[in-house]
Design a protein around this ligand. Structure first.
Ligand code: ZN
Length: 151
């Protein structure tokens, strides 16, 4: 487990320090958001969906290192995927975090999220951005302009 812990720490720290695709996506036609009041995490995911394919994806948010790093990893892994593929990857990632077993499939950087298994209270933090992304791509009627803004 030491290797997994090291991978977890290095990947989470790296993505928290330098989150990838951290921006509002000007071309986005879907927006999804989520928050985790237990921890104070907030995530907004921007998706450019084209023919059921995630052409581009970005996020903005605030919160703990795990939620931000998970969001960053998510954008890297969902870009270019179909909605069905995105659902499958999200499901695999969830199983990864619940089981803590990263060796069954090659998840590359996503393997690091298996480390969340050691911190059950943080699983919600890590799954938050994935839920927000799925909400965005599966919602048929919510254009970016209808996005709820926090008051
Ligand atoms: Zn959190």
């Amino acid at each position: 487990m030491q290797e997994l812990t090291d991978l977890y720490q290095s990947v989470i720290l790296d993505h928290n320090r330098r989150p990838r695709n951290y921006q509002v996506l000007p071309t986005a036609n879907r927006v999804g958001s989520g928050n985790n009041p237990m921890c104070g995490d907030e995530i907004t995911v921007y998706v450019k969906l084209n023919n059921n394919c995630i052409d581009d994806i970005s996020f903005q948010g605030s919160g703990c290192a795990i939620s931000q790093a998970s969001a960053s990893l998510m954008t890297l892994n969902l870009k270019g995927k179909t909605v069905a593929e995105a659902e499958a990857i999200s499901s695999d990632v969830y199983k990864l975090m619940i089981s803590g077993q990263a060796d069954e499939k090659n998840f590359s950087d996503l393997s690091a999220l298996a480390g969340v298994h050691q911190f059950p209270a943080r699983i919600k933090c890590a799954t938050l951005p994935w839920h927000a992304a799925l909400n965005a791509v599966k919602d048929e009627v919510t254009p970016a302009t209808k996005e709820k803004t926090p008051s």
